[in-house]
Design a protein around this ligand. Sequence first.
Ligand code: SOE
Length: 399
Amino acid sequence: MAENGTPTLGIGMVGYSFMGAAHSHAWRNAVSFFELPVVPQRVVIGGRNADAARATAQKFGWGEVESDWRALIARDDVDLVDVCTPGDTHAEIAIAALEAGKHVLCEKPLANTVAEAESMTQAAATARERGVRSMVGFTYRRVPAIVLARRLVAEGRIGQVRHVRAQYLQDWLNDPAAPMSWRLEKDRAGSGALGDIGAHVVDLTQYITGEPITGVAAMMETFVPRRPLPGDGSGVATLGGHVTGDDVPMGDVTVDDAAVFLARFGGGALATFEATRYATGRKNAIRIEINGSEGALAFDFEDMNVLHFYDATEDAQTAGFRRILVTEPEHPFVAAWWPPGHLLGYEHGFTHQMVDLVNAIADGRDPEPSFADGLRVQRVLAAVEHSAAKDSAWTEIPQ
Ligand code: SOE
């Protein structure tokens, strides 16, 4: 019980780097800004590097540090395991947690392979029968403008969806002296730009349109095949950086730097996708444009409080893209924060994710995106890799 008598939910988090910080901050803010039926408590944090885990624990107020993730899962005071590790450990940790009866939040992409994602989805289905819930962390689903976009499509405001244009553009690898990190190792990350950021736009476009991607034709490229190893040898470099000097040890990049593909959606829409970490000048541009028979939507995360909406049923003389500032209390999640025009940022999506997850657990509902949703994304990623390896051959996605 929390001090005010509200029941608590003990969180055990595995991982402490970029996503560990984003999740820690979100667990903390969820309680401060939202009325929750159960209070998440930051009980214990763990990970490979105990010093790094300790630093994150101190910064974000975790109660204890546990270097063995199995011991973390086994604790009676842990009700939910938050998996913020690189993809190569998602399946093992998430399945063990589900089998131990712990709810699971797992960072995206769900896994490194379709086979792993299938095992995780199966474990989630089995655990669900015992009331254990699971969710995959496609956090951008909780950006208010994205939720509004989905709502407008579902309400028929843009009619039949015909075109989807989706890009996830970053540039933190454009410098060849930016060091190696686990995100550039296939064994650890599964794939490169495709899984790291392409997975987000695959998920977002399926979420907004409510339709699955049914087939793809793809190209992938690795522009810089070898990179300097990070100076401290820790392999946990954050995004970017610049390592120079004589005889700097180098490592092999074993993933794609960029992926581009054509796709078709279940409802017949044609789509183009682009995911790259070499889009000079673009820092975190998730750009989605959707054209429908009655209107269109356009979004760019670098201006994330805004949704552009074109209503084709309006008088042609005055019709035009409308710039909606998604900061009104009527907009999703916004009422809990600031007055209109007082903007939200990157971290708010994570807080909204925790809020939705906690509410679903308290209500005995399944949170979304589910592991099954994560598996659907994984199948698209696998089809993209397959197509690229076969000279862009059209590749259907099993539904
Ligand atoms: C790195 O490209 C990264 O941190 C991704 O891993 C995240 O999913 C994305 O939100 C921001 O960029």
